[in-house]
Ligand binder design. Sequence first.
Ligand code: FES
Length: 282
Amino acid sequence: MYKILKKVLLSPSVWLYDIEAPRIAKKAEPGQFLIVRTDEEGERIPLTIADFDRQKGYVSIVFQEIGAGTELLGKLNEGDYILDVVAPLGRKTHIEPGMGTVVCIGGGIGVAPIYPIARGMHQAGNKVISIMGAKNKDILILEKEMRAVSDEVLITTDDGSCGIKGFVTTALQQIIDRSEKIDEVIAIGPVVMMRSVVEATRPYKIKTVVSLNPIMVDGTGMCGGCRVQVGDEIKFACVDGPEFDGHLVDFKGLMSRQRMYKDAEKEETNHVCKLSKIKGAI
Ligand code: FES
């Protein structure tokens, strides 16, 4: 059982939990993920580790209530316990001194998992330019934290309510156009955003890493749900990733698989809603 030490609402329906887990915190590295299960019958929810504190012995997760599983998770409070936390899973981000200028891009709640990566890059002495994208200023998360670990932060909002009006690729293009030498781009966010980032850097041959955690189901290499074509190979995001060379990822195939899961999830949510109404009526 894992105790929730802190619960903070970051933006409407987006929660940050600090979870007591000293052994996991000791081993966790940027880029890795964990799987939580709220109770015996609860679904397994894969989430990227948003932060960890080895001294204080906790890991942080950030999640949005978008389905039956995350809604249940969101109902827990400080002091409550999560049944299972399996972690750390997946491969860690490649971080070392001398990598040069790294552009860290987080879209939506993708800012949460990009944060420990930006911090790791910064601590290793690399120049970190961060781009944070959101629909509007009210749902922008972790701005203070990102500023603390970045040499420069560019914010983009779809409606122009904060920073540059446009998408993360608008800001990325501005950096490219000012002839800044970019050694690597790392992007985490919705699949469609990561695909746009990859297409923006392709003509300039800038190394671009994407994190494919949004497509995971069980996170253990068993279900095959996170299967993705990378170059000539089929990879499993949960065990071979979650990070891959974005220029080799088959985004078209990935997006059609994701649509399939979204439909299935919608059906599942409707089913749960109907069941709870029936239970409520009994
Ligand atoms: Fe099931 Fe990777 S999530 S195999």
